[in-house]
Write a new protein. Structure first.
Lengths: 265, 385
């Protein structure tokens, strides 16, 4: 398929259709799922950067996040066992360094079962972009608690509220040595696309955490409302790093910081 | 027409006679076969393979990649990723590492990935005895991963075969797009003896579509041509049940049945190319046929010789291929045997396979972390003759 004969402005909906195996649509995502927004943001970032899609490899694991690139992206895709996409990506990147390798996983995939591969790839600073679609829940398997589920949140396996504290994935990955780390939500679409563009062109291990809505498994059980209310939830809950610096700990209580946590000077 | 097949490679090591450790010979065999990606994790008694590969890759410096991964799961996963990117990949470990790798071995079967996995077996279960030999993994290697897949397992009995069978493992992996295990054991891995390094080795290179040629990567042939990432094929690779182009077919009975049956057919329709046994003193009628593999076959050969000196008609059938099990060869060999003895460093794993062909076969089993000695097998021959 030639991606050069496209019409339409770079980053437009018309333009990004060329990257999608439209014969596989409709997607497997539930109505209101944030992963579709993330998928669009990633393709817009790729389109705006004019990357060669045929030299890109998208590696994903198991779970709803595993479907974002496989089978929908019309590039090389590797859909691996649960938790292992970063390890598979490491082998592919080392064997063929000319590949632009992108890993897309969920919070269960990358932070729970695959947590070890995440911190070690960050430590090695191997060149790849890792996107964590963090919806704070195991969606595909029916709504169980994950390492990023907030304390007190209700899931199928925390019916009395999550007694544990969640991982701050950006702190974790930054601590492990990643050289680009950012977090945005699917509400913050323009800054997210900018962060994805920086990550995709970063010559090292780049990590982007994307807070994604799961109205079906998370929103419903925690009375966060439907798809649009969940987007507004991110708007209210998230606070840009720059603003947070001028605020007291009391004012920051319950907020999620967004922005670039680690970036080259 | 797709490209690939047999080629001749010059040995990177000068031809001649060497005195070498089994693990090192395995590493040299991999290099001779064209291995250009190795990922591993430290474990006794297989670490020397990783040490030797690490050193030799640096010396050879021809775009070969060595990486020590964070665990055995990462090792096999990165090998499969590398193989899809076009590399000839290998990892080596022992039983505990195999246990960790097995889920991904199933992925390699499902996505038809050539990869070589060396198991230098040690005494178990669990951590067991890291420096002691055993043959307790031979069933695990075939049946350990979930689902219903086929693999190839080869069992070396000497330092020479640690070299030769590693090359063969790569060739079979590339030929059939399947994971191939080298089922060594601590005794063969740590043993030092002489071996002959040839000037040239024959290697089989995976069949790939020509540039621009669009062929289904998961169907259309018994072993479909295998493209690599980055070659413009827009590959859909998934461990889920898929059709010939890689599209997920997770509720299609036909897709599931056709994959599983082809995985079996591509091995079982080619037993002549895969299965190898060695027969010693198997001519005419036999009082006792000893069926053995790996280090145990060395003791078995000594015991068979000793028995013949005492006038007992003993013979040895050495299994170089463990899986697919050499049924035809065994059925042929037991035709004129009155008794069959299967000595193993386990509690009788391959014995049952032998009993499917010769129900009266008996085992000699030792699981104390020590090798089986020739006098022990001689004693067993004496008992059942």
């Amino acid at each position: 398929m030639s991606l050069t004969k496209k019409t339409g402005r770079r980053g437009s909906t018309h333009s990004i259709r060329a990257y999608i195996r439209t014969e596989t649509f409709p997607t497997a995502f539930c109505p209101g799922c944030g992963h579709g927004i993330l998928m669009g943001a990633l393709l817009r970032a790729i389109d705006e950067l004019e990357l060669d899609f045929e030299k890109m490899l998208f590696v994903s694991g198991i779970g709803c996040s595993g479907w974002i690139s496989s089978p929908y992206f019309a590039a090389d895709t590797l859909h691996t066992p649960h938790g292992r996409p970063i390890a598979y990506a490491t082998g592919a990147k080392l064997a063929n360094p000319s590949l632009k390798v992108v890993v897309i996983g969920g919070d269960g995939d990358l932070a729970s079962i695959g947590g070890n591969h995440l911190i070690h790839a960050a430590r090695r600073n191997i060149e790849m972009t890792v996107i964590c679609a963090n919806n704070m829940i195991y969606g595909m398997t029916g709504g169980q608690v994950t390492p990023t589920t907030p304390t007190g949140a209700f899931t199928m396996t925390t019916p009395q509220g999550n007694p544990d504290r969640p991982f701050d994935l950006c702190k974790l990955v930054a601590g492990a040595g990643a050289t680009y780390v950012a977090r945005y939500s699917v509400y913050h679409i323009r800054p997210l696309i900018r962060a994805l563009k920086k990550a995709l062109t970063h010559p090292g291990f780049a990590f982007v955490e994307v807070l994604s809505s799961c109205p079906t498994q998370y929103g419903r059980r925690n009375r966060l409302g439907g798809p649009s209310q969940m987007l507004l939830y991110w708007k209210e809950k998230c606070l840009p790093l720059e603003k947070a610096r001028r605020m007291s700990p009391e004012e920051l209580e319950g907020k999620i910081l967004i922005g670039e946590f680690v970036a080259p000077d | 027409m797709p490209q690939g097949g047999w080629i001749t490679r010059k040995s990177p090591l000068a031809p001649g006679r060497y005195f070498m450790q089994g693990d090192e010979a395995c590493a040299e065999g991999a290099i001779a076969a064209g291995c250009n990606y190795y990922a591993g994790y430290p474990i006794t008694p297989a670490s020397e393979i990783m040490h030797h590969i690490c050193k030799r890759f640096l010396e050879l410096a021809e775009g070969r990649v060595f990486i020590q991964m964070e665990d055995e799961i990462g090792s096999i996963a990165s090998c499969i990723g590398a193989s899809w990117a076009g590399a000839k990949a290998m990892t080596a470990t022992s039983g505990p590492g195999i246990s960790l790798m097995l889920e991904n071995i199933g992925y390699a079967i499902m996505t038809e990935v050539p990869v070589v996995v060396v198991d230098v077996q040690r005494a178990g279960p669990s951590t067991g005895q890291a420096t002691r030999p055993a043959q307790g993994d031979v069933m695990q290697l075939h049946w350990g991963t979930h689902g219903d897949g086929e693999v190839i397992v080869l069992a070396p009995w000497s330092v020479q075969e640690m070299f030769d069978l590693t090359i063969r493992a790569f060739n079979l992996a590339e030929m059939f797009r399947v994971p191939v295990f080298l089922a060594a054991d601590e005794a063969v891995g740590h043993m030092r003896e002489s071996l002959e390094i040839p000037a040239e080795v024959r290697t089989y290179e995976r069949v790939k579509p020509l540039p621009g040629e669009r062929l289904p990567p998961f169907g259309g042939a018994e072993v479909p041509p295998m493209p690599a990432f980055g070659e413009g094929h827009r590959l859909l690779v998934t461990g889920s049940t898929h059709d010939e182009w890689g599209y997920r077919r997770t509720i299609s009975s036909e897709a599931q049945a056709s994959l599983v049956s082809r995985f079996k057919a591509k091995i079982f329709n080619h037993l002549d190319e895969i299965v190898r046994v060695e027969k010693r003193f198997c001519e005419g009628e036999l009082d006792v046929l000893v069926v053995a593999y790996g280090f145990t076959a060395r003791s078995a050969l000594a015991a068979v010789r000793e028995a013949r000196n005492r006038g007992i008609k003993a013979g040895l059938l050495r299994l170089q291929t463990l899986w697919p099990f050499p049924e035809r060869e065994l059925a042929e060999a037991v035709k004129y045997a009155r008794a069959v003895l299967v000595p193993e460093m386990n509690q009788g794993q391959m014995l049952r396979e032998v009993q499917r062909i010769f129900p009266q076969a008996v085992g000699y089993n030792k699981t104390n972390g020590e090798v089986i000695t020739p006098p022990e097998i001689s004693g067993a021959i004496e008992q059942i003759r």
